[in-house]
Ligand binder design. Structure first.
Ligand SMILES: CCCCCC/C=C/C(=O)SCCNC(=O)CCNC(=O)[C@H](O)C(C)(C)COP(=O)(O)OP(=O)(O)OC[C@H]1O[C@@H](n2cnc3c(N)ncnc32)[C@H](O)[C@@H]1OP(=O)(O)O
Length: 360
C-alpha cells in the first residue's frame, strides 16, 4: 500500500484544514517529510547556530537521512491522516475526554502522587486488549501527556499483566476481513505512535505473564519493573503474524539479533530474569514484595523535577523518532497483508477451538 501523488496532494490540502495546531514538533516532522518527499535527502548548507528556526527545520530534514522519497510521501500521508482523525474526534473538550478515559471499565486510569496509572482491567480474559481498549489507551496517554502528572505507569489486574491482542478482535467484523485488517492497521499505527510520542517517563509494572504486543511495546518504555512471576512471550510465528510495536528495531538493538530472533522468530518465552539479562527488564523483584517495593520506588521517581525528565527523555528519543515512525508504518502495512492469510486464520481457529478440542 503506497501513497500515490494524489494521496500526497490531498494530504497537503488536509493539513491546511486541521482544526487544531498540531504543535511545533509535529510541524517540523511534516516539514521534514514534505522536503524529503519532494526534494529528496537534505543537501542544503546547515544554517548558523543562531538561526534557530531554520536550524530546527534543517535538523529535522537532515535526520531523515536517505529515507526514500516514496517512504517519506507515505509517512507524510499517514501522519496527516492520524492528525485529521484526532482533530475530527468529537469536540467534547479536554474535560470530556478525561471523563471518557476514566469511565472505561477495561482500562482503568487514575492519577495519584504525580503518577498516571493505566491498568489493563480485564482479568477474566487475562487482560487481552480489545479494539476499544486500544482506543482508551490512546486517549489516556494523550491526556497524561498534557496533565500535571509526572509519569505514566502501566500494570495489570489479576494474575496476568496482559495476554496481548484479543484474538477475537476481528472475528466479529461485519465488513469482511480486508476491511477489518485495514481498520486494524490504522488503529495499531495510532496506538504505537502514542507510545513513541509520549513525552514523560513511561514505566511498566509487569505483575505477571505478558504476551504479544504487551511485550513488544516494552521496547518503547523507559522502565520495566517485573515480578519474578512474570514471563515474556511473543509467539508471532506460531500465530502467523509478524512482530509489531517497532520490536523488529528495538529488540535487536537492545539484546542483539540472535536473542531478538529467539523471541520474535522462534517465540521463546523468557522468565523475568532472562528478560532482565537481555536488557528488556530494568529490575526483577520477588513476588511477595513486588508491589510495595516498586510503588515506593516510583513515588520517589515522581518527585524528580518533571521538566528535566521530559527534556532528558526528548534528548534520548529525538534521534530515534523518525526511525520509529517509519518502522511502525512498515509493520502496520505488513499486518494488513498478513491478516487475511491462511496461516493467521489457522492460528486463530486453533485458539478459538482449543477448549472444544480439549474436551474431545
Ligand atoms: C488493533 C490491532 C492490533 C493487532 C496487534 C498485534 C498484536 C499481536 C499480539 O498481541 S499476538 C499475542 C496474542 N495473544 C495470544 O496469543 C495469547 C492467547 N491466549 C493464550 O494463549 C492463553 O489464553 C493464555 C496462555 C494467555 C492463558 O492460558 P490459561 O491460563 O490456560 O487461560 P485461558 O486460556 O483459559 O484464558 C482465560 C480466558 O481468557 C481468554 N483469553 C486469554 N487470552 C486471550 C486473547 N489474547 N484473546 C482473546 N481471549 C483471550 C481465553 O479465551 C479464556 O476465555 P474463556 O474463559 O474461554 O471465555
Amino acid at each position: 500500500m503506497r501513497a500515490s501523488q494524489q494521496d500526497f496532494e490531498n494530504a497537503l490540502n488536509q493539513v491546511k484544514l486541521l482544526k487544531k495546531d498540531p504543535g511545533n514538533e509535529v510541524k517540523l516532522r511534516l516539514y521534514a517529510l514534505y522536503k524529503q518527499a519532494t526534494d529528496g535527502p537534505c543537501n542544503m548548507p546547515k544554517p548558523g547556530m543562531l538561526d534557530f528556526v531554520n536550524k530546527a527545520k534543517w535538523d529535522a530534514w537532515n535526520a531523515l537521512g536517505s529515507l526514500p522519497k516514496e517512504t517519506a510521501r507515505q509517512n507524510y500521508v499517514d501522519l496527516v491522516s492520524s492528525l485529521s482523525s484526532s482533530s475530527e474526534a468529537p469536540s467534547q473538550g479536554k474535560r470530556g475526554a478525561d471523563e471518557k478515559a476514566r469511565e472505561s471499565k477495561d482500562i482503568l486510569v487514575t492519577s495519584e502522587d504525580g503518577i498516571t496509572k493505566i491498568t489493563f482491567n480485564r482479568p477474566t480474559k487475562k487482560n487481552a486488549i480489545t479494539s476499544q481498549m486500544y482506543r482508551d489507551i490512546i486517549l489516556a496517554l494523550k491526556n497524561a501527556s498534557t496533565d500535571n502528572t509526572v509519569m505514566a505507569v502501566f500494570t495489570g489486574t489479576g494474575d496476568y499483566y496482559c495476554s496481548g491482542n484479543d484474538l477475537t478482535n476481528f472475528t466479529s467484523a461485519t465488513g469482511g476481513i480486508e476491511e477489518a485488517a485495514s481498520n486494524g492497521a490504522v488503529l495499531l499505527r495510532d496506538f504505537v505512535n502514542s507510545f513513541i510520542d509520549f513525552p514523560k517517563p513511561l514505566v511498566a509494572v509487569v505483575n505477571g505473564p505478558a504476551v504479544g504486543i504487551s511485550v513488544t511495546l516494552l521496547g518503547l518504555f523507559d522502565g520495566v519493573f517485573a515480578s519474578d512471576r512474570a514471563t515474556f512471550h511473543t509467539p508471532f510465528s506460531q500465530l502467523g503474524q509478524s512482530p509489531e510495536a517497532c520490536s523488529s528495531y528495538t529488540f535487536p538493538k537492545m539484546m542483539g539479533s540472535a536473542k531478538a530472533a529467539e523471541m520474535l522468530l522462534f517465540g521463546k518465552k523468557l522468565t523475568a530474569r532472562e528478560a532482565w539479562a537481555q536488557g528488556l527488564v530494568t529490575e526483577v523483584f520477588p513476588e511477595n514484595t513486588f508491589e510495595t517495593e516498586v510503588w515506593t520506588r516510583l513515588k520517589t521517581y515522581a518527585k524528580l523535577p518533571p521538566n528535566v525528565m521530559r527534556i532528558s527523555k526528548e534528548l534520548i528519543r529525538k534521534h530515534e523518532k523518525q526511525k520509529l515512525y517509519t518502522v511502525n508504518a512498515e509493520k502496520c502495512a505488513a499486518a494488513l497483508e498478513r491478516m487475511p492469510r491462511e496461516e493467521y486464520a489457522k492460528a486463530l481457529r486453533n485458539f478459538l477451538f482449543r477448549k472444544a478440542k480439549a474436551k474431545l
